[in-house]
Design a protein around this ligand. Structure first.
Ligand code: HPA
Length: 251
């Protein structure tokens, strides 16, 4: 655990359950897959995990632990936005002894290099949020990066499964309805897609001395106006979930 997480842990009660998580210590596996949507967490638990047990249902942030090919794996909804992701990831890393979180989410493409259905693996994340810089006594800008080990693991699992991954940067925003049009400007600066959670996850993993990776399926394209129909959406999500689950086996 890093210094910031330790001092954070002293300031913040590490008692479990927490106001945001009804699970007891030991209820989560070392690896947690985090979709934003609780129904998707439930779908993964019911479709892929054996003996899945509901360990959290506070605010319907559904969390399940079961086994995948014999390995204990958890899945829990992050909710929308960096505040929600930040709370859950902080507690999982620092109070529940979780070591790895793999976000499996959706993102809107802001760069012609990616298309709907593509799965993006976020090497790094930029943001318009004060999530990091409002809490640490440092000057400058926090570069939020993935765990290289998780990136490498996902890369080799995806290759073995025949699922292409696109590696690059995401833009995490506080604003879904952004009147400024900033997202496409970030696209011109080489970012592939916009979503709302990856930066909060990466910063929390780095401050906690733990590992994180964000995988995002492109569900809509801000440059072309294209979006996925429901059936394609489900199939593409399934590809991404399988990359995440197979990766969990190798951590
Ligand atoms: N903006 C923010 N988050 C998103 C989007 C978007 O266009 N699409 C999917 N997640």
């Amino acid at each position: 655990m890093s210094n910031y997480a330790k001092t954070g842990g002293e300031k913040h009660s590490a008692a479990t359950p927490t106001p945001q998580n009804g699970a007891a210590k030991g209820d989560f596996a070392k690896t947690v897959l985090m979709p934003g949507d609780p129904l998707r967490a439930q779908f993964i638990a019911k479709t892929y995990l054996e003996g899945a047990k509901l360990v959290n249902n506070v605010r319907y942030a559904q969390g399940y632990t079961g086994t995948y090919k014999g390995r204990s794996v958890s899945v829990m909804a992050s909710g929308m936005g960096m505040p929600s992701m930040g709370i859950h990831a902080y507690e999982l890393f620092n109070f529940y002894d979780v070591d790895h979180i793999i976000r499996i989410g959706t993102a809107g493409a802001i760069n012609p290099a990616v298309s709907v259905r593509d799965v993006v693996a976020a090497v790094g994340v930029s943001t318009n949020s004060e999530f990091a810089m409002s809490q640490f006594p440092v000057n400058g800008h926090f570069s939020a990066v993935a765990s290289y080990r998780l990136l490498k693991t996902a890369d080799s699992c995806a290759e073995e499964l025949g699922i292409p991954l696109t590696f690059g940067s995401l833009y995490s925003t506080d604003l879904f309805y952004d009147a400024s049009g900033a997202a496409t400007e970030w696209g011109k600066l080489g970012h592939l897609a916009v979503e709302m959670e990856a930066y909060g996850l990466y910063v929390t993993a780095q401050q906690s001395g733990k590992e994180a990776l964000a995988l995002c399926t492109i569900s809509d394209h801000l440059l072309t106006g294209e979006s996925l129909d429901a059936e394609t959406r489900q199939n593409t999500f399934t590809d991404m979930m399988e990359v995440a689950l197979e990766s969990a086996l190798r951590l």
